[in-house]
Design a protein around this ligand. Structure first.
Ligand code: HEM
Length: 504
């Protein structure tokens, strides 16, 4: 009996081994065919079978590795992330030319496996074609109706500023982590546009929603998830993937509850926010019997998640970089505060003041340039075969617009690697726009929330600096404040504490 079991075991393991070898050979052959060169493709480092150029990329900081490779291979080059071919656009000229002059050709979204699982071509961020067009158009129109880029948002932001000032004030100058209060305040702006009302910072449901959004952005750009996107068989072994799935489930439950409450009190004559508009449009499409309407539950859920995540993490992170940079460079903070005191004194700052605060405006732009929070933009794909810069790029190729290389382009910026607000000032101290300032990307997929984000950054930053002086905790010098980012889909400041000392 024991002999039979032993033989069986041996036969099974030999079979298994054979199976694995066959699978590996098939995989190698198929990935080798994927590495096949088309004529006149962009240059790039030689890929290894299966791994591609993974050994040349630091997956914990891929944007830095790609900037290094751009020095050797130029403004348009290709790399293989495992078996996946990616064309990288580096430097202002190349990114601008592709996204703006070839907007259609480079304007599709690459939907990586992680987001494919959740979005299934719904919402805005990770969809394409008619669905993307309709959802983006609807969101833009409604966000404008609910105040984006207009006085409505200004009022919402000013209201929220009172809460965050109170929150910072309560700390009495003691060191604290800026993450939660800043994210809650910023998140309340998009929440009131989407749902029609803000949340209390102490509301456990809201806290969890914001924390999940931040966690998803961090994990979504982590090394394990980047590997999973090209080697999906890794999925069952990855804790990060399970966390993303768990968060998606919780988001669904939470949003369903919030939406049903709004549905119960829906009034066509009093639309409170984006969700109301969506529900009314859904209702009217149903009543008129419109076939294949895109105003369905899945699009509502996915668009709400997209707006909430994109509207919370990005702006909150930028603002936190701003406060950290002010503590790091106190002489610059002094100049901002001198200008605010001189021009607006103690009254509440309003959007109109931006023109009168050129130095503050320049500092905010420089914060966005240096913080570089979306370092590789979001991935695009080509919608057709393209001849670009003398190279051939096949339809459906993944494209990374390397925004880091634009915001640090040595031929565009006088001192690309230093925090220097003078990048945005002329000799007379007037604010100047710079072409290579592209933190919101450009072209067809340019950030949908740009005008809202710019308004939020200006009003929050100016008001916080008007009321508080930001400094490192006692015993830590400004020099010791670490500017090394934590890399996810966005670049966050490393964990740190600051003191917000009330100004008299
Ligand atoms: C400082 C703040 C922000 C920065 C730096 C930023 C940056 C970006 C970038 C780089 C992209 C990708 C563009 C591309 O694919 O080339 C993007 C897309 C997007 N952003 Fe923002 N964003 C910010 C704030 C916001 C806010 C407040 C909202 C909410 C309304 C928002 C909503 C979106 C959406 C929906 C997209 C997807 C657009 C599409 O695929 O068509 N963003 N953003």
């Amino acid at each position: 009996m024991a002999l039979v079991e032993g033989l069986l075991l041996q036969a099974t393991s030999t079979g298994l081994l054979l199976g694995v070898v066959v699978l590996l050979v098939v995989y190698f052959l198929s990935s080798a065919s994927r590495f096949k060169e088309e004529d006149n493709e962009p240059p790039g480092p030689k890929p290894l079978p299966l791994l591609g150029n993974l050994l040349q990329l630091d997956l914990n900081s891929p944007h830095e590795s790609l900037c290094e490779l751009a020095k050797t291979y130029g403004p348009v080059f290709k790399v293989y992330i495992g078996p996946k071919k990616v064309v990288v656009l580096a430097g202002y000229k190349s990114v601008k030319q592709a996204l703006v002059n070839y907007a259609e050709e480079f304007g599709e979204r690459e939907i990586v496996r992680t987001f494919k699982n959740f979005s299934e071509n719904h919402g805005i961020l990770f969809s394409n074609g008619e669905n993307w067009k309709e959802m983006r158009r609807f969101a833009l129109t409604n966000l404008r109706d609910f105040g984006m880029g207009k006085r409505g948002s200004e009022e919402k932001i000013i209201e929220e500023i009172q809460y965050i000032i109170e929150e910072f004030g309560k700390l009495g100058g003691a060191p604290f982590d800026t993450t939660k209060p800043v994210n809650y305040a910023v998140s309340n702006i998009i929440s009131s546009i989407v749902y029609g009302s803000r949340f209390e910072y102490s509301d456990p449901r809201f806290k969890q929603m914001v924390n999940r959004a931040n966690e998803n952005v961090r994990i979504g750009g982590s090394a394990p998830i980047r590997l999973y996107n090209v080697f999906p068989w890794l999925g069952p072994f990855l804790k990060s993937k399970r966390t993303l799935e768990r968060n998606a489930e919780k988001n669904k439950k939470e949003i369903n509850q919030l939406v049903s409450t709004l549905q119960e009190t829906l009034n066509p004559d009093d639309r409170r926010g984006f969700v109301d508009s969506f529900l009314l449009r859904k209702q009217s499409d149903e009543t008129s019997g419109k076939k294949n309407s895109l105003f369905n539950e899945k699009n509502l859920f996915t668009t709400v998640v997209n707006l909430f995540v994109a509207g919370t993490d990005t702006t909150g992170t930028t603002l936190r970089w701003g406060l950290l940079l002010m503590a790091k460079y106190p002489h610059i903070q002094d100049c901002v505060q001198e200008e605010i005191d001189r021009v607006i004194g103690s009254r509440q700052a309003v959007v109109e003041d931006r023109k009168k605060l050129p130095y503050t405006d320049a500092v905010i732009h420089e914060i966005q340039r240096v913080a570089n929070i979306v370092p590789m933009s979001l991935p695009h794909t080509t919608s057709c075969d393209v001849h670009f810069n003398g190279f051939f790029i096949k339809k459906g190729t993944t494209v990374y617009p390397l925004l880091t290389s634009v915001l640090r382009d040595e031929s565009e910026w006088e001192s690309p690697h230093t925090f220097n607000p003078a990048h945005f000032l002329d000799a007379q101290g007037r604010f100047v726009k710079r072409d290579a300032f592209l933190p919101f990307s450009a072209g067809r997929r340019v950030c949908l929330g740009e005008s809202l984000a710019r308004m939020e950054l200006f009003l929050f930053f100016t008001s916080l600096l008007q009321h508080f002086h930001f400094s490192p905790p006692p015993g830590v010098s400004a020099d010791q404040l670490d500017l090394t980012p934590v890399v996810g889909l966005t670049l966050n400041p490393s964990p740190h504490k600051l003191c917000a000392v009330k100004r008299s």
